[in-house]
Design a protein around this ligand. Sequence first.
Ligand SMILES: Nc1nc2c(c(=O)[nH]1)N[C@@H](CN(C=O)c1ccc(C(=O)N[C@@H](CCC(=O)O)C(=O)O)cc1)CN2
Length: 284
Amino acid sequence: MAEIVYGSEIAKKIKAKLAAKMQALKQEGKRLPKLCVVLVGNHPASLSYVTGKEKACREIGMENDLIRLPQDISEKALLDFIQKLNVDDAVDGILVQLPLPAHIDEHKVLFAIDPAKDVDGFHPISLGKLMLQEDTFISCTPKGIMRILEEIGYDDLSGKKAVVVGRSNIVGKPVAQLLMNKHATVTVCHSRTKNVEEIAAQADILIAAIGKPRYIHASWVKEGAVVIDVGINRDENNKLCGDVDFEAVKEKAAYITPVPKGVGPMTIAMLLENTLEAYEKKEG
Ligand SMILES: Nc1nc2c(c(=O)[nH]1)N[C@@H](CN(C=O)c1ccc(C(=O)N[C@@H](CCC(=O)O)C(=O)O)cc1)CN2
């Protein structure tokens, strides 16, 4: 029977430390770090995520601005807006909530963010530095996953087999790189992979990031594995669930993260941490 690892609890501790840092800066009479979150349109899930980010900033006493732009904003107008944030000295971190409307080139927008303010870690400079193991902003969900692994004593991953199911730019690819940086032997599976279940069943660490409700069955999981569920899906009854068949897999794994209260809250905690990091780099 697995130990259930609540990212929400780890995130709470991280936020308490960050709140203490905000308090100390305030007492020293210093400017506080500021995060700007840009939401284009009214995507309901995105709206709920950016509201969660706003709430988390308020909880720890970090300055924040939620900028809502219309769904039909032109790409040029959005790029101009980002440029304004880039040159605003009061802004430490910029995040453009994804997905963007189809008429906007996501890469162009992410590349327009000043890498010094790229707290989402999606700029090509940030991603390149991650590959080279240079100091950079690590994207929030992959960073949160690694922090969960550290929390359960999985720090040096030498000799461990890790399998990442999903190859997105936001999660699959960066987390595979981070696992490699910690010396794990990593396999990335995706929609064109044959025998995913056989590959997954060899994993000491299994990361599920495919976006399919309860897709990973117990037969795909090795006895005693660590299972990290990144999925946020709605099932046929509109109930929130992950990519892993939690009830069955928890009987087999050694550790498992739930959905909700697993990786999601860590994403937000890491964003706050990255914003403080951006501030500290700027302020010296
Ligand atoms: N610019 C970005 N866009 C998106 C990112 C990102 O990291 N940067 N990630 C996701 C969405 N996301 C943050 O933006 C996010 C998703 C889920 C959660 C979360 O805490 N989920 C809760 C459950 C929420 C619910 O009830 O629906 C949980 O898992 O407990 C936080 C952040 C895509 N876009």
